[in-house]
Design a protein around this ligand. Structure first.
Ligand SMILES: [Zn+2]
Length: 252
């Protein structure tokens, strides 16, 4: 079921790690951001879109992890975009993403995974502003829809997942600090925040999400193991235990 969280912004949550498929109304039609996860859910999303009666004109992936690179035939053969760096990473990681998708969920059209190209410099047809940073994944993007008071955060600012540092690259603590500054500035213009996984934040909860991620990264910066009730450790569908984050932080 699609829930309209702001004017022309709808969210449908998957049973898989509270993943949010996001639908944004643009000038020419709908843009699907990170649709997921399993085949029946993608099919259900297609039914929801039929009911909206507005054509899908494009897709957008916030970053090149498999759960953000999915698509379904029923969404149509339309261009799917990411940032330039994100698209390059998606192309390189495509086979691995297909394997992970096959292993993690059922009914995903594997041949459609990761077929993204760089978003044109003017951003068209994705409305709003792309906020690109290097935390969590190469070329990770948030989408700021300032006129609607909404930010789509990708895998940042979740209430269910801890910050998950990119273990393949050094400098992730600094990258998170820079990214949180960028998103914090943008958050002054929003009262609805849609994370890639977890609950939509509204009003004062938006600042609380920023505060939680900042506190986590601050602890890593001090070389301490963060105290945080969100998931990460012991979750076998993710490889982001605090300890790994801490090791990564010390590697800078
Ligand atoms: Zn994710």
């Amino acid at each position: 079921m699609l829930t309209e969280v702001a004017d022309g912004v709808w969210v449908r949550q998957s049973a898989w790690v509270w993943t949010n498929s996001i639908v944004v109304r643009g000038e020419a039609g709908l843009i699907l951001v990170d649709p997921g996860i399993d085949g029946s859910e993608l099919n259900g999303l297609a039914d929801d879109l039929d009911r909206l009666g507005i054509p899908v004109v494009a897709g957008f992936s916030t970053h090149a992890h498999w759960d953000h690179l999915l698509w379904h035939f029923r969404f149509g053969d339309v261009p799917r975009y990411a940032t330039r760096a994100g698209a390059q990473a998606a192309t390189q990681a495509r086979e691995r993403a297909q394997a992970m998708a096959a292993e993690s969920a059922s009914g995903i059209p594997l041949e459609l995974i990761g077929l993204v190209t760089p978003l044109p410099p003017d951003g068209d047809p994705v409305p709003g502003e792309i906020l690109e940073h290097e935390a969590h994944a190469i070329g990770h993007a948030a989408v700021l829809l300032a006129d609607r008071g909404v930010m789509l955060a990708g895998d940042m600012l979740s209430d269910v997942l801890i910050p998950l540092l990119d273990h393949r690259r050094p400098g992730q603590v600094g990258a998170y600090e820079t990214a949180l500054d960028l998103l914090g500035e943008a958050a002054r213009h929003v009262d609805v925040l849609v994370p890639g996984h977890g609950a939509v934040a509204e009003g004062p909860e938006v600042a609380a999400r920023l505060g939680a991620d900042r506190a986590y990264i601050d602890a890593l910066r001090r070389g301490e193991e963060p105290v945080d009730a969100r998931l990460g450790p012991d979750a076998d569908w993710l490889s982001g235990p605090h300890q790994l984050n801490l090791e990564q932080a010390r590697r800078r």
